[in-house]
Structure formats: C-alpha cells, structure tokens
Design a binder for this molecule. Structure first.
Ligand code: ACO
Length: 325
C-alpha cells in the first residue's frame, strides 16, 4: 500500500510587527477590544514582500529542515487567497524560482482551509500519479486585500507563509484520516474578497471593483464554533482514535474565542490546542503550516505523536486531517 510521510516544515513571516497599539493610530479601536474579542496582540504586515516572496522563503526553510534537495521536488501546490498575480500561479512562480525542473505546479483556492485541502490533494496525487516528493505551501499577503479603514476586519489579519515537504512511502501512511467540504451559499453571504467585475467595451455599466475582504463576523463566528468540533469528531470517528491519544489539535488561527469555544464543546482541555494567533493574527492558508513549523522548531512533536489539523474559512470551506508522525 502506497502512503505518504511528512519530512518536515518551514515558515517565514515578514519582519514588520504591527501591534494593536499601532492600529489605534489607523482606525478607532483599542488594544483591549482586540485582545478581548480575538486574542490577537500583534501581526506581521509586509512592507514590500509579496505572496511569492514569502512562499519562497518558507519553501527554502522547509527544504532545509527536511534535508531535502529542491531537485527531487516533482509537485508544488500553493494554497493562497492573496496571489500576487492571477497568472502565472504562485506555485509556478515558486517552481521557476527554485528551478524544480520536474515539478508540476498549481494553486489551490480554499481560503483558510487551503493548506489542509492542498495536503489532501498532494497526498492523493503522490499515491496515484507517480509523483514522489511534494512541496505544499500556504502563503498570504492578506494586507493587500484588507480594507484598512474597516476596524471590524483590519485588526484580524496578518501576512505569512508556511510549507511542508511530503514524500511517497511504500508501506506507511502518516495521514490517517481526512475530511474536506464546502458551503458556497453561506460563503457568498458571509465572507467575500476582491470580487473582479466585467468592464469591457461590450457592456454599458461601469462597475466598481470590490477589492477588499468583506465579512459578516458574527455569521463566520457561529459557523466556526460549530464546524471546528465537528471536524475533530469526524476525524476521530473515521480513524477509530481517542481524543486522549491526540497530542495536539492545530486549528486555523482566526480567533482565540473560537478555539476556546471549540474546546468547551469538545469537553477537552484548552492546552491541547496549539495557539499562536496572539502573535500572527489570522494568516488564512498560512496559519496551520506556520503553527506546525513552530511545533517542530520547539521540539514539541516526537515520532509516533498524533495530531489533528482543523481548518475553516472563506468559501465557506472546512477541512481536517489526523496525522501520525
Ligand atoms: N475595535 C473596536 N470596536 C469594534 C471593532 C474594533 N476593531 N470592530 C468592531 N467593533 C465594534 C462593532 O462596531 C460593534 O459596535 P456596536 O455594538 O456599537 O455596533 C461591536 O464592536 C461589536 O461588534 P461585533 O462584530 O458584534 O463583535 P464580535 O464580538 O462578533 O467580534 C469578530 C467581531 C472578532 C470579527 C468576530 O465576529 C469573529 O472573530 N468572527 C470570526 C472571524 C473569522 O473567524 N474569520 C475566519 C475566516 S477568515 C478567512 O477565511 C479569510
């Protein structure tokens, strides 16, 4: 039976730290409000680096941590909602920068669930197409599509990138169970960003472009607190695992209150959830791989440990994976 193993992770975030106090200068908000409602204390905001730049640096870090040569990579998938260009894809730009001559490359658009979606797609392709080593990246410069005059969204997001290297395994499969799904109707109503309009000589209306993230925060909050525990339950049931045998749950880092509420509903200790939203804010597709990279950097994951990834976001989308290292 063919499976996959994960060789390692890497991440990169812009150096520029923007604190809540810094945001008090930009919109009518307070450090106290942001911490109380979201748990976010600071975020990284690019001062020039694009989505490809962050993805490239995260990829180099993952290759180094995995002791893997770029020449062996034959599949590159980038999850992003904030690409620098619609074409070429971010993944193709990375393929070119790394000069991975044998790699197929494409992007996946599933917002904050994008990295977990990409992990599922990469592992399926490795098992079925003869591809042997995949570079999977989540990279976002959300600051490009944030409305910096809207206090209800601009305080939430940050920029960053995380990456993983997957390799074919002839015997074991470290990805024990997965789930992924979507609700497009709810997505249209609650969370939309950068809607491109048709402005051609063939129509008379001059349509105004919507560039920025527009979110009904309360709607997304309700969805998130219900779907996060569902993902965990579904993965445990599918793999016949007990929550007590899971070392960490790595949730999408959107809001500390969502994570706390999910822990309450699952009746588990909050400590089981890895949290870094206080330092990075919501980095969408990058949030889970940055958290995984940090967990490994801190030496908190050992061979045999089982963890759960649980993501939710625009689309609306959600996705999870139970992984044994
Ligand atoms: N500072 C001060 N006051 C604010 C701010 C701010 N930054 N933002 C909103 N407020 C005000 C509102 O105007 C409102 O004032 P009012 O009562 O006078 O009308 C009040 O605070 C309460 O606003 P709510 O929106 O009800 O606040 P809530 O407690 O719901 O928190 C939040 C808002 C943090 C956005 C929350 O709803 C949330 O986290 N939602 C989920 C977001 C999320 O998880 N997104 C993930 C997906 S993102 C993706 O996929 C790209």
């Amino acid at each position: 039976m063919k499976g996959v193993k994960i060789l390692g992770f890497g991440h990169y975030c812009p150096e520029n730290i923007v604190s809540n106090v810094d945001l008090e200068e930009i919109v009518e908000t307070t450090d106290e409000w942001i911490i109380k409602r979201t748990g976010i204390k600071e975020r990284r905001i690019s001062t020039g680096e694009g989505t490809v730049d962050l993805a490239y640096k995260a990829a180099l870090n993952a290759l180094e941590n995995s002791k893997c040569s770029k020449d062996d990579i034959d599949l590159i998938i980038v999850a992003t909602t904030s690409p620098d260009k619609l074409m070429p894809s971010t993944a193709c730009s990375i393929q070119g920068l790394l000069d991975c001559k044998n790699a197929a490359a494409f992007d996946i658009s599933a917002a904050c669930s994008g990295f977990v979606y990409s992990l599922i797609v990469a592992s399926s392709l490795i098992k079925t197409t003869g591809k042997k080593k995949a570079l999977v990246i989540g990279s976002e410069v959300l600051s490009k599509i944030v409305d910096w005059s809207d206090r209800s969204t601009c305080v939430l997001f940050g920029d960053g990138a995380g990456a993983a290297i997957l390799e074919i395994s002839e015997n074991d499969d470290c990805i024990i169970s997965t789930c992924f799904a979507a609700d497009g109707n709810l997505g249209e109503k609650s969370l939309v960003a950068a809607e491109l309009k048709i402005n051609t000589p063939f129509i008379s209306d001059n349509l105004e472009e919507k560039r920025y993230i527009e979110m009904k925060g309360g709607e997304v909050f309700k969805f998130a607190v219900s779907v996060l525990p569902e993902i965990v339950r579904e993965l445990l049931e599918k793999s016949n695992e007990d929550i007590n045998d899971i070392k960490f749950i790595v949730p999408h880092q959107a809001n500390l209150r969502i994570i706390d509420e999910a822990a309450r509903r699952l009746k588990i200790n909050k400590e089981k959830f890895y949290v870094n939203v206080d330092r990075y804010g919501n980095t969408s597709a990058a949030s889970i791989p940055i958290a995984l990279s940090e967990l490994f950097e801190k030496g908190l994951i050992n061979k045999g440990d089982k963890i759960i990834l649980a993501a939710f976001g625009g689309g609306l989308t959600w996705a999870g994976a139970l992984i044994k290292f």
